[in-house]
Design a binder for this molecule. Structure first.
Ligand SMILES: NC(=O)c1ccc[n+]([C@@H]2O[C@H](COP(=O)([O-])OP(=O)(O)OC[C@H]3O[C@@H](n4cnc5c(N)ncnc54)[C@H](OP(=O)(O)O)[C@@H]3O)[C@@H](O)[C@H]2O)c1
Length: 284
């Protein structure tokens, strides 16, 4: 996917929320082997140092160099604000053992410890954005964006920014499709990256066992997970499947097939406003 500043974001990234540090090297080894060239982490996932250490060993072992792997990280709500954001990015660079990050996102429109209606959220995230613009200009970040921003948060940001966000990473799957938000992002050249495509880490994801998803999977002879990822890719969303299982990691990269119009419609008809992650709409 080509971002509005011509930086190329791989269509499939390896998601690392709830991927523990102790298994990181084995899992990243499987991911690189399977062809992943993009890893999604965050200050809040507490695994940046494990990723940095694993990549220091794995990149040479896979014959890869740093520019061949796209790294995304995110600013935690506790680090919102100009100075804190600069410090958080410096800490992420250090933990990831890199001199630049390919894509850096404000993880959440709010700041930690404030009531959702507190007007300081807007002030603090505006400060974070100024810090990201500064780091983009310095070349420390190759692309900058936001995550969990609704249309109101984006409108506010577009009014004050010098550089518009390149990406908005949001929850998006057949049960929660965010059509209006995606349309708004499209009009403003903001790439939408989908998270929780597989229904997030729960005992039994309702998405993976949904009868329509299973029916389409049977028709195309693929797994429900592959069908859900393909549904997103065919709408120009990029995806970030998370897995602690090397077999799933491989499977989630094998997406060279197509869903036809009827199959896409069957999946899109599942929209029901069912969300798995926290709802950011209440944050002013
Ligand atoms: N910006 C944000 O606020 C935000 C929020 C949530 C997530 N994210 C990002 O998006 C990534 C993905 O979202 P997510 O963590 O919510 O989870 P997800 O990718 O929707 O789902 C992960 C779950 O699906 C299972 N799974 C993975 N591949 C499978 C397969 N091929 N077949 C069957 N089950 C499979 C995993 O189990 P196994 O581990 O056993 O394979 C795990 O239980 C995160 O890791 C993170 O990087 C961002």
């Amino acid at each position: 996917m080509l971002l509005s500043n011509a930086v190329r974001l791989p269509k499939v990234s390896y998601g690392t929320y709830k991927v523990a540090g102790k298994n990181m090297e084995e899992l990243l080894d499987a991911a690189l082997d399977a062809g992943y060239r993009s890893i999604d982490t965050a200050e809040g996932y507490r695994n940046e140092a494990a990723i940095g250490a694993a990549l220091a060993r794995l990149l040479p072992a896979h014959g890869l160099t740093r520019p061949e792997v796209f790294l995304t990280s995110k600013l935690a709500p506790r680090s919102q604000g100009y100075e804190s954001c600069l410090k958080a990015v410096a800490a992420s660079l250090d933990a990831l053992q890199t001199s630049y990050i390919d894509l850096y996102l404000i993880h959440w429109p709010g700041a930690a410890g404030l009531d959702p209606a507190d007007p300081r959220h807007a002030e603090l995230r505006a400060g974070s954005w100024r810090a990201l613009e500064h780091l983009l200009a310095a070349g420390t970040l190759r692309a900058i964006g936001v995550s969990n921003y609704g249309r109101a948060h984006l409108r506010q940001l577009l009014d004050i920014c010098s550089t518009a966000p390149h990406v908005n990473q949001v929850e998006c799957h057949p049960y929660y499709q965010q059509k209006e938000l995606r349309e708004f992002c499209g009009k403003n050249s903001i790439h939408v990256q989908a998270y929780s495509s597989l229904g997030t880490t729960v005992e039994k994801s309702p998405l993976l066992v949904d009868p329509a998803v299973q029916e389409v999977a049977k028709e195309v002879n693929k797994s429900p997970a592959q069908v859900l990822l393909k549904w997103a890719l065919q709408q120009s969303l990029s995806v970030i499947p998370k897995s602690n299982n090397p077999r799933h990691i491989r499977e989630n990269m094998q997406l060279e097939f197509a869903l036809d119009d009827r199959q896409m419609s069957l999946l899109s008809a599942l929209d029901r406003n069912t969300k798995f992650a926290w709802d950011p709409q209440g944050v002013v």
